[in-house]
Design a protein around this ligand. Structure first.
Ligand code: PLP
Length: 351
């Protein structure tokens, strides 16, 4: 840390991303990426775009928003494009929170929420999960705070229904409710249609998980036009060209390859069922997941020990040291071959 850093940032606890190891080849089940490559159309579109990299990208993301609007049944004015959904979330915290209006979120959820809260010096309210690790919607009624909920939640994978989210929206008409749908394509139901009814709803989605574009950095915010205008106010005050040309082209091509990605999601859900059954058979308890990962614990081996032992054997999963969940590991669902290798390795470790 230099002596020049502003005081408020000296004690920040920054977000710690999952490992992206370069030392050896792992079966990588730790950061919820897709095990499948982008569609052939995406690869083509990216290659073609390289010709034009001397020119700035379109700050309005016109073509991508038009294609997305058709695909999602909304208008382009309902869509904000971010450099990853992390940027959409960051801009939303920046735009809608201040000293008088903080943010509430589940105490066990995406690790970036408290980091943004700290960065902006907010009064945050972490709300505990129930004993079964589900989110209790009643805990979010009539809070005088903005709210962000990952649905399905991470790292539990557990889902709230659209009706439960509607109840949260109804009881907080004067606060922004952000629904982070990073994992919605793996069996969840999107709240996107609710943006027509609620002027306080911001739905966030990403191309990083179901659309195999984690490295391209692209996410969407969906809301009524005034919220989108507010996000643009922040964007045009920080980085107007936030999405690069190749990513714009990749995103548009990805939306046009929907059936390819639908197939991939179906395979992930099948492999999730396979892995859940196999782990349950080995004595694990596995939370009911609607995401491309599962959260599992075993009565005979701690989460950290399992994580370290798997790593020694070439398989990376994610462990969180947070007390309530330190018994668990989070396992990204990969190909069937990867999941079979995982199960065999865990069998060996347990015996
Ligand atoms: C992965 C993830 C994101 C971030 O996705 P990017 O689009 O890659 O920035 C946001 N929210 C949750 C809950 C996630 O798991």
């Amino acid at each position: 840390m230099s002596r020049f850093l502003r005081n408020a940032f000296r004690s920040l606890e920054v977000y710690v991303p999952g490992e992206q190891p370069r030392d050896k080849k792992y079966i990588k089940l730790n950061t919820n990426e897709s095990p499948f490559p982008p569609s052939p159309e995406v690869l083509d579109a990216v290659a073609k775009e390289a010709d034009s990299l001397q020119l700035y990208s379109d700050p309005e993301c016109t073509a991508l928003r038009k294609t997305a609007a058709e695909q999602f049944g909304v208008r382009p004015e309902n869509i904000f494009c971010g450099n990853g959904s992390d940027e959409v979330l960051n801009f939303a915290f920046f735009a809608f929170c201040d000293e008088t209006r903080g943010m509430a979120f589940p105490s066990i959820s995406y690790g970036f929420y408290p980091v943004f809260g700290d960065l902006y010096g907010l009064d945050c309210l972490p709300i505990p999960l129930r004993d079964d690790f589900s989110i209790c919607p009643d805990d979010y009624f009539s809070l005088n705070k903005n709210i962000v909920i990952a649905n399905p939640n991470a790292p539990t994978g557990m889902l709230l229904s659209v009706e439960q989210i509607r109840a949260i929206l109804d009881s907080n008409p004067n606060n922004i409710v952000i629904i982070d749908e990073a994992y919605v394509d793996f069996g969840g139901k999107s709240c996107l249609p609710l943006i027509a009814e609620y002027d306080n709803l911001l739905v966030v989605q990403t191309f990083s998980k179901s659309r195999s574009l984690a490295g391209a950095r692209l996410g969407f915010g969906f809301a009524q036009p005034p919220i989108i205008a507010d996000l643009n106010r922040v964007k045009y005050s920080t980085n107007p060209y936030n999405i690069n040309r190749e990513t714009l082209a990749a995103g548009e091509a990805a939306l046009r390859s929907q059936s390819y990605y639908d197939d991939n999601c179906r395979r992930i859900m099948e492999n999730r069922a396979f892995t859940t059954d196999a782990l349950t058979g080995l004595g694990f308890s596995v939370l009911p997941s609607s995401a491309n990962f599962i959260f599992a614990r075993h009565p005979k081996i701690g989460g950290e020990t399992l994580y370290l032992t798997l790593k020694e054997r070439g398989i990376l999963v994610r462990h969180f040291s947070h007390r309530e969940i330190s018994d668990f590991v989070r396992i990204t669902i990969g190909t069937l071959e990867q999941m079979q290798a995982l199960i065999e390795t865990i069998q060996t470790i347990l015996s």
